[in-house]
Design a protein. Structure first.
Length: 312
């Protein structure tokens, strides 16, 4: 108590900050706050304004949302545009449901320190260490050329007579987009497994021991103890996934550049190509983004409310 003699103690028992401390913490927060204000609020506010602007004959921005609206209505009347929308939802459902289920199971396997768990850790975290374009080149080389050659050698399946020759990625069919989506799941596995395993490690050992005393096995432990305990973490990934439905390009640019088949487009890839084609398309791309936000926003809050209710 003698150490605190002469110091003011507030109601919660904490020493008040000195003027120098306040200045230090303010300067410490200045850089991240500036980044948030500039690169989040500033960029998004500019994007919001662009949605209501267009370029005149001189290339100057003027407030006129009618042109963007007419372009959007024209695109919405085409079937290919709704194919982009459908692909966006299919990619989300496939990556969220399949990816989340597999990542949760692998996380539980690693959490229990089963055989080869360290090897699986290495394989799952490997995509996080290598450049994305290098992984795509390796994946395209193995799956596009190596796998068909192996199947032809082992089972006599000749891919050279099919569309695109022997390369799977030159075929414009459903199989190709499924393979690319599986690649997207694989490269996101490392982050998911890391987070889910960390959430499982936070579960009290006393709870696990109590379950064992009650006769639980691995199956009942996973579904009745582990899964309910990490449900808020799972819900966070699902909510973030919903918010990014129309921004996820499913790694199509890494695979195809700007020449991907239209049947494989997602809205995210469509918007990306619009931006890539030049500044003249910025207002229309912003308008599409605003429309997608207005659609996804209530859906995101609805799923969040549902997950919070289930987690209670």
């Amino acid at each position: 108590m003698s150490l605190l003699k002469g110091k003011k103690i507030n109601r919660v028992g904490k020493t008040p900050l000195k003027k120098g401390d306040i200045i230090f913490y303010t300067l410490l927060l200045l850089i991240p706050l500036s980044q948030i204000l500039i690169f989040y609020f500033g960029v998004n506010f500019q994007s919001f304004l662009l949605a209501f602007q267009t370029r005149d004959a001189s290339g100057n921005l003027v407030f006129d949302a009618s042109k963007n609206w007419n372009l959007f209505v024209a695109d919405a009347k085409t079937s290919i545009f709704w194919t982009y929308v459908g692909n966006s939802f299919l990619v989300y459902l496939f990556t969220s449901l399949t990816g989340t289920v597999l990542a949760t199971l692998f996380s539980y396997y690693i959490y229990k320190r089963r055989t080869f768990c360290n090897f699986f850790k290495f394989v799952l975290f490997l995509p996080s260490l290598l450049p994305a374009i290098l992984l795509v080149i390796m994946f395209k080389g193995f799956v596009g050329n190596g796998l068909p050659a192996y199947l032809n050698y082992m089972f006599g399946i000749d891919f050279s007579q099919m569309e695109g020759g022997g390369n799977i990625f030159l075929k414009q069919n459903t199989t190709t987009i499924i393979i690319i989506t599986m690649y997207s799941i694989w490269i996101s596995f490392g982050a998911q497994v890391l987070v889910y395993t960390g959430a499982m490690d936070q579960i009290s050992p006393e709870v696990i021991e109590a379950g064992k005393l009650d006769g639980t096995n691995s199956f009942t432990e996973f579904f009745h103890i582990i899964l309910p305990s990490i449900l808020p973490t799972l819900g966070t990934f699902l909510i973030v996934g919903i918010a990014s439905i129309f921004t996820n390009q499913n790694n199509l640019f890494n695979f195809y550049g700007g020449g991907g088949p239209h049947e494989h487009y997602t809205i995210g890839y469509f918007i990306y190509l619009k931006l890539r084609d030049g500044e003249a398309n910025y207002p229309y791309a912003s308008f599409i983004g605003l429309v997608c936000t207005l659609f996804v926003l209530p859906l995101t809050f609805g799923v969040r409310k549902l997950i919070n209710r289930v987690s209670k």
